[in-house]
Design a protein. Structure first.
Length: 178
């Protein structure tokens, strides 16, 4: 249903046009920064991680297209970082355009990606999902991806909020005494 092909240089600007505001919104939402700061961080991420566009070494930018659609117009994007040393493919970004959602294209793209690396040196595909992106989380779980942990943060100097979490004083949590 979905084919993945290398992104062409002329498609990179369209990808960046989607990615920067989308990533800035995620940064703002998850790290309590204003949109101007978040926008700057997102732009910096593109410059650092994809400074040479589609030819950036160690990065793989793919377009998801519908099999049989002769135009080859992308219905989504997938940015991966193959890591030969760890034998892992890391999905840095995965996006199905809003007008193409709800058709199974996300699931199909994940299956296609896995098949692409099935008979290679790679052992697994990894990714990170923002905690507020429940739709993506459900899609990945449905596709067989397993949670490996929880990212957490606390702003230095922020107020500590307590709740009854069932932990007693003196309990060890990882390497930390609580």
């Amino acid at each position: 249903m979905i084919k993945l092909r290398k992104m062409r240089a002329d498609e990179f600007a369209g990808y960046v046009a989607y990615f920067v505001p989308d990533y800035a919104a995620e940064i703002s939402s998850n790290y309590d920064v204003d949109m101007k700061t978040a926008q700057s961080r997102a732009e910096s991420a593109i410059e650092v991680d994809l400074g040479m566009g589609v030819e950036t070494p160690g990065q793989l930018l793919l377009c998801a297209t519908v099999e049989g659609d002769k135009s080859g117009t992308p219905v989504g994007y997938l940015w991966c970082k193959p890591n030969n040393k760890e034998k892992v493919i890391f999905i840095s970004d995965f996006y199905i355009l809003p007008e193409h959602r709800g058709r199974g294209y996300g699931q199909s793209a994940l299956i296609t990606l896995e098949r692409r690396y099935l008979d290679t040196v790679y052992d697994e595909i990894r990714l990170r999902v923002a905690t507020d992106n429940k739709v993506a989380e459900r899609m990945y779980l449905k596709a067989g991806y397993l949670p490996t942990g929880i990212n957490m943060r606390k702003a230095i100097g922020s107020t500590v909020h307590t709740m009854d979490n069932g932990l007693n004083a003196g309990t060890r949590c990882g390497n930390h005494q609580i």
